[in-house]
Design a protein around this ligand. Structure first.
Ligand SMILES: [Zn+2]
Length: 354
């Protein structure tokens, strides 16, 4: 009897992790369930293919006991107007190919649930569908076998949310540039908060990326040292200024990563701005010593934060920008965003931010 109660409270406890997603678990087993990360699924255009929408997410089996499972199949149903209009089925080697055992609540939420819950199995799920009909929900059905060979079927339904951006943003630098890497749908930024992130290289007036051909010095990039500005008003909640710039173009040398990011992902000298409406801007990889704002300081749109640099996990001077729903990029969801002074940004886009 006690076991049943503790299992129930374990799952209630985990829901309090601020992980609670818009997704609804279909009633059934109470000692395991599916959850997704990022916690909400936003509609976004997949620019790399004609007239397609897409979503990339972690589908996670959460259990109150640590035990091994053998995945059997994953069924994804796409619903529009209450009707299933498309289905994908993944099994066997294809399912094993997207299985992940290396993620955990503490790593992706920053919290250790008490009582503990376990993520014995997770899957990196890619969904691509045509724009029409407009998909309203995804329904996942996972079948797996436990160590005793018993087969479990667990389902999760999650809505596709049309995100309404609250903050009017301008691009974090002025002048010409090119998007070198965009969000996860284009193969970039695979971490939880980077789903809609942009990397931008500053260009010269003639669209050249380098001022000196053939140089491998970051300082010879046209964008090096360009003013990085606040995309919108807000309060600084994080500012880092002490990380050395990577010295050589084309190399992201781990020797220059901050100790807390030995495996990469280091955002280097960065600023996080709280826009006061559950939207936060992360601006990363600035030049060492250039960051001129401090936590607690109020900034206004267009105010200089620092200079474009090459600090952290980067192989060439650029600015990384993302909008996220919390102050810590490691544990926040990325948010779809657009700017008021440039539009249609995707990987490879040239732009001029006036
Ligand atoms: Zn980036």
């Amino acid at each position: 009897m006690n076991i049943g109660i503790s299992r129930r409270s374990a799952l209630i406890g985990s829901a309090a992790l601020s992980l609670a997603s818009a997704a609804k678990a279909v009633p059934g087993r109470e000692d395991m369930r599916l959850r997704i990360l990022p916690t909400r699924v936003y509609r976004s255009v997949f620019n790399a293919r004609e007239n397609m929408d897409g979503w990339v997410l972690f589908l996670i089996l959460e259990a109150v006991e640590q035990q091994p499972f053998r995945p059997i199949s994953l069924h994804i149903s796409y619903r529009a107007d209450g009707m299933v209009v498309r289905e994908d089925r993944i099994s066997g080697a294809a399912l094993n190919g997207v299985a992940r055992q290396d993620i955990s609540p503490s790593r992706l939420t920053g919290q250790t649930p008490n009582p503990p819950v376990y993520w014995p199995q997770a899957f990196r799920v890619h969904c691509y569908v045509p724009h029409e009909p407009v998909i309203s929900d995804l329904l996942f059905e996972l079948r797996l076998a436990d160590a005793k060979g018993r087969v479990h079927r667990i389902t999760l339904q999650t809505p596709i949310i049309d995100y309404e951006q609250r903050t009017a943003l301008i691009f974090p630098f002025r002048g010409p540039g090119i998007i070198s890497q965009a969000g996860v749908l284009g193969g970039g930024h695979r971490n939880r908060s980077g789903a809609f992130a942009l990397d931008a290289i500053g260009l010269a007036a003639n669209h050249a990326p380098m001022l000196k051909a053939g140089s491998d010095r970051p300082q010879d990039y046209a964008g090096w040292g360009r003013s990085i500005i606040a995309p919108a008003d807000g309060i600084i909640v994080n500012a880092r200024n002490d990380r050395p710039d990577q010295p050589k173009d084309g190399e992201s040398n781990p020797a220059y990563y901050a100790p807390e990011y030995p495996n990469g992902g280091d955002v280097g000298n960065n600023v996080v701005i709280d826009h006061g409406n559950n939207e936060f801007s992360l601006i990363a990889h600035m030049r060492m010593g250039s960051v001129r704002v401090r936590p607690g300081e109020r900034v206004t749109q267009g105010q200089q934060l620092g200079e474009l640099g090459n600090s952290g996990d980067t192989s060439g001077p650029h600015v990384h920008y993302q909008l996220q729903n919390g102050p810590r990029w490691e544990y926040a969801d990325g948010l779809p965003m657009r700017f008021t002074n440039v539009s249609g940004l995707a990987r490879g886009s040239y732009f001029d931010a006036s």
